[in-house]
Design a protein around this ligand. Structure first.
Ligand code: Q9C
Ligand code: ZN
Length: 345
C-alpha cells in the first residue's frame, strides 16, 4: 500500500495537556507517527511525501475565519510576549449557550476559546504546518485513489476527526478525513462513505457532513454518555435536511468486547454497501486497542488485521487516515496489521 508521510508533523510537539486537573505529558506525541511509519516501512510498504496542495479543498471544509486564525495563531501568541515561545496557550472562556460567536474578539485567548471545543488541543509553533501536511496527504491520497490505487494510508498527525468547520478539539485542528472525502468528490466520486473507528466519536466529521446526502458518516465509538466528546455521538443523530438518513452512530458501552465491536462493524459495513459508496475514507483511530492508556475497548493486535481484511471485502478505493491511538510503541504493529489485512484480505 502507498503510505503518505510528511516530516512536518514533528513541528507539532506540545509538551503538556490537562488531565484530571493536572498538567501531564501530551498523549498525542510525534513518536506516534514515527512508530507507525517505521512499522509500515519494515513490512515493505512504499513511503511517499504528499504532492498535492490541499488549500482549495481545505477552504470548503473549514471556515475562512477559522483557517485564518489557525495559520497565524502561534505568531499571534508569541507577538503578545516573546517569552510565550516557551509557553503553551490554552483557552479559558468558551461561547456556550447565550453567548455570541459572531463577533471575533481581538483578545487572543478570547479568539482561542471561540475556535476551540475544549482545552485539550494544545498549539505549538509547527501545528499549522503539521495539520496542513495532513490535509495535503488526504488530498494526495484522493488523487492516487481516483487514478487506480486500491488503498492509500496517511500516516499523519495531529489527528483531525474532532475538528469541525470552525473549531479545534481533542488534539485535532484540521479535519483530514473530511478533506479526503471532499477531495474524492471533487475528483469525480458521486457518493463517499466515511467510517470512523476511533474510540472517540468523530464529532467534527459528523457535523461537517450532517446536512449532506453525498457523504455518509458511520462511527463506532465509546458511548458519549461516559466518553469524550460527551456532547455528540448518540444513536439518534441520523442527519438533518437533505442529509437525513446519512449519519449512523453505533455507540458501545465503555469496556465493550471485540465481539461486540465486530458486530457493530458488520452493521457499519452493511450501511456503507447500501449507500452505494464509490470510495471509502477510514478515520483509523487505534485507540480501540486493549492497552490504550485513555480508552476502554478491548481489541487485540490480531483484531486490526481482521479489520483491514473486512474493509477489503467492501471492494472500494480506500483512504486510511490515522486518527487517535496512544499506546505509542504498539501503534506501529496495529497500523501495519490493518494495512496487511487490507492487502491480503
Ligand atoms: N485530557 C483522539 O483520539 N481527552 N482524540 C483526553 C486528557 C480527550 C482524543 C483526556 C481525548 C481526545 C483523536
Ligand atoms: Zn480517539
Amino acid at each position: 500500500m502507498i503510505i503518505l508521510f510528511s516530516t512536518l508533523h514533528r513541528g507539532h510537539a506540545p509538551a503538556t495537556e490537562f488531565f484530571r486537573g493536572e498538567r501531564v505529558a501530551c498523549f498525542e506525541t510525534p513518536a506516534r507517527a514515527e512508530f507507525v511509519v517505521e512499522a509500515l516501512r519494515e513490512r515493505g510498504h512504499e513511503i511517499r511525501a504528499p504532492e498535492d496542495d490541499s488549500g482549495a479543498v481545505l477552504a470548503t471544509v473549514h471556515t475562512p475565519r477559522y483557517l485564518a486564525f489557525l495559520e497565524t495563531a502561534w505568531a499571534q501568541w508569541v507577538a503578545l510576549d516573546p517569552a510565550n515561545a516557551e509557553r503553551q496557550p490554552f483557552p479559558s472562556v468558551w461561547p456556550v449557550r447565550s453567548l455570541r460567536n459572531d463577533v471575533e474578539p481581538s483578545n487572543f485567548t478570547g479568539r482561542l476559546g471561540l475556535y476551540s471545543m475544549d482545552n485539550g488541543s494544545p498549539l505549538d509553533g509547527g501545528t499549522w504546518a503539521a495539520a496542513k501536511a495532513g490535509a495535503d496527504a488526504a488530498t494526495s491520497a484522493a488523487t492516487l485513489l481516483t487514478h487506480g490505487a486500491r488503498g492509500v494510508f496517511c500516516a499523519t498527525r495531529p489527528p483531525g476527526h474532532h475538528a469541525g468547520a470552525d473549531f479545534m478539539g481533542g488534539y485535532c485542528f484540521v479535519n483530514s478525513a473530511a478533506v479526503g472525502a471532499q477531495a474524492l468528490l471533487n475528483r469525480g466520486c458521486q457518493r463517499v462513505a466515511i467510517l470512523d473507528v476511533d474510540y472517540h466519536h468523530g464529532n467534527g466529521t459528523q457535523s461537517i457532513f450532517y446536512e449532506r446526502p453525498d457523504v455518509l458518516f458511520v462511527s463506532i465509538h465509546g458511548d458519549p454518555r461516559t466518553e469524550y466528546p460527551f456532547y455528540l455521538g448518540h444513536a439518534d443523530e441520523t442527519g438533518s435536511g437533505a442529509g437525513h438518513g446519512f449519519n449512523l452512530n453505533l455507540p458501545l458501552a465503555a469496556g465493550a468486547s471485540s465481539d461486540l465491536w465486530f458486530e457493530a462493524l458488520e452493521t457499519a459495513c452493511a450501511r456503507i454497501v447500501a449507500h452505494g459508496a464509490d470510495a471509502l475514507v477510514v478515520s483509523l483511530g487505534l485507540d480501540t486497542y486493549a492497552d490504550d492508556p485513555i480508552s476502554t475497548f478491548r481489541l487485540q493486535s490480531a483484531d486490526f488485521t481482521r479489520l483491514g481484511a473486512r474493509l477489503r471485502r467492501l471492494a472500494l478505493p480506500t483512504l486510511f487516515v490515522l486518527e487517535g491511538g496512544y499506546a505509542a510503541s504498539e501503534l506501529g504493529r496495529n497500523a501495519a496489521n490493518v494495512a496487511e489485512g487490507f492487502e491480503q484480505g
